[in-house]
Design a protein around this ligand. Structure first.
Ligand code: PLP
Length: 397
């Protein structure tokens, strides 16, 4: 039995869809002494993060607000700034994460209109359009859309949602959760007509958990300015300030931001297009392996439409009788590959392989082979050649 604190020989491969592995340059950048708040390096670091995030989000029309918070924190920032208690939001169903955001809004006293989640499929833009047309009283203030639902492994078409909102003639703002897609899949905030984008540090951004951010365009900021709902820490109006202490409503998370500046530098150094291409290439390799495994009859893709399969994470369904927790334990403790389980309604029905962030072909092949070894060790039929198919995919055959 391996004790959790005992030494792990070699590297354990981290293939959860967040947190993701940290590049050495990010680790090194964070290992610095904190600075006094008047040190000009503090402001320079914050400015670099704001500018870099705007560049990555492809927005000139927005202000970025950064929080010492996780994704749930910035979800709450959006709810608190864009809506007053009693005002409704529309949350299109994409799986566990859209539902979690909806539940959070309801807990804060905001009624939620949901469009149905069709398991394994992306957001139904036509259903969104219809729900907005049906809202004759214009009670819905915003549409909260999850770009990549990390539980489903499905990426939705944000442009189609924008067109649906426009076609309905409804004034609701469009908010996109890019927590799992930013730095992995193409996203251009201004061109897509997104009013608010919501992200977090621990996935495609290759940083530790603990930093969340929003980009807010003019119309969305104006809504926040008019919103009488009481709020303090999350308040965009309060945070729009030149002083770093005010921007962060207190002390900025300096070392995490040093890491973020380094990570953004790595992304721009590689080239954003190249980063997206790398994610597509690695996702294809994982999908090729799953194609092979599913010939054994026990595994399959949760995302039914190949075009909506995420480049960040692949959700693999398992037949009844496959013990996902035991599989994950064997993969992690015996083969040193950490993968994620199913979430919400997929608990016990799926496992997930993350392939985003600081990831390369050798890491992906190691992860796939390690998962295949764990499947075999657990007696799960995997057909033949899953790993071989991934090799062929990466080799361009
Ligand atoms: C798409 C998406 N949104 C929001 C969250 C919530 O983020 P956090 O766990 O940092 O609160 C997650 C977490 O995995 C996510 O994948």
């Amino acid at each position: 039995m391996t004790h959790p604190t005992s030494r792990i020989p070699g590297r354990r491969l981290l293939h959860s869809p967040g947190p993701t592995p940290l590049p050495d340059a990010v680790l090194h950048a964070m290992s610095a002494q904190p600075m006094d708040l008047a040190d000009p390096r503090v402001d320079a670091n914050i400015a670099a993060c704001e500018t870099g995030l705007k560049r990555l989000l492809q927005t000139d029309a927005s202000d970025v607000f950064i929080y010492a918070a996780n994704g749930h924190g910035v979800w709450e920032a959006v709810i608190a700034n864009l809506t007053d208690t009693g005002e409704s939001v529309l949350v299109p169903g994409t799986g566990h994460f859209s539902e979690s955001w909806a539940v959070q809004a309801e807990a804060l006293g905001r009624p939620v209109v949901r469009t149905p989640w069709r398991e394994g499929f992306a957001i139904d833009a036509a259903a969104v359009e219809q729900a907005l047309r049906d809202d004759k009283a214009r009670a819905i203030k915003a549409v909260f859309a999850v770009h990549t639902d990390t539980a489903s492994g499905v990426t939705s078409d944000i442009g189609a949602l924008r067109r649906a909102i426009d076609a309905s003639g409804h004034p609701a703002l469009l908010v996109a959760d890019v927590v799992a897609s930013l730095g992995a899949a193409p996203f251009a905030m201004d061109a897509l007509g997104v009013d608010v984008a919501v992200g977090a540090s621990q996935k495609g951004l290759m940083c530790p958990p603990g930093v969340g951010f929003v980009a807010v365009n003019g119309p969305a900021f104006a809504v926040a300015e008019r919103n009488p709902s009481p709020r303090f820490y999350w308040d965009w109006v309060r945070r729009r300030n030149d002083l770093s202490y005010r921007k962060f409503c207190g002390t900025p998370p300096q070392n995490l931001l040093l890491g973020m500046e380094a990570a953004l530098g790595l992304i721009f150094g590689e080239g954003v297009d190249a980063v997206w291409q790398r994610h597509t290439q690695l996702a294809r390799a994982v999908q090729a392996a799953v194609e092979g495994w599913r010939e054994g009859g026990a595994l399959g893709f949760f995302a039914q439409d190949p075009a909506s399969r995420s480049v960040s994470v692949t959700t693999v369904t398992v037949a009844e009788g496959v013990d996902v927790d035991a599989l994950r334990t064997v993969a992690r403790e015996r083969f040193q590959v950490a993968i994620a389980g199913g979430l919400g309604p997929l608990t016990g029905r799926a496992f997930r392989i993350g392939h985003l962030g600081d990831c390369n072909p050798a890491m992906i092949l190691g992860a796939i082979a390690g998962v295949e070894a764990a499947l075999v060790a657990q007696g799960v039929p995997v057909g033949s050649g899953g790993t071989q198919r991934a090799v062929m995919s990466l080799a361009g055959h």
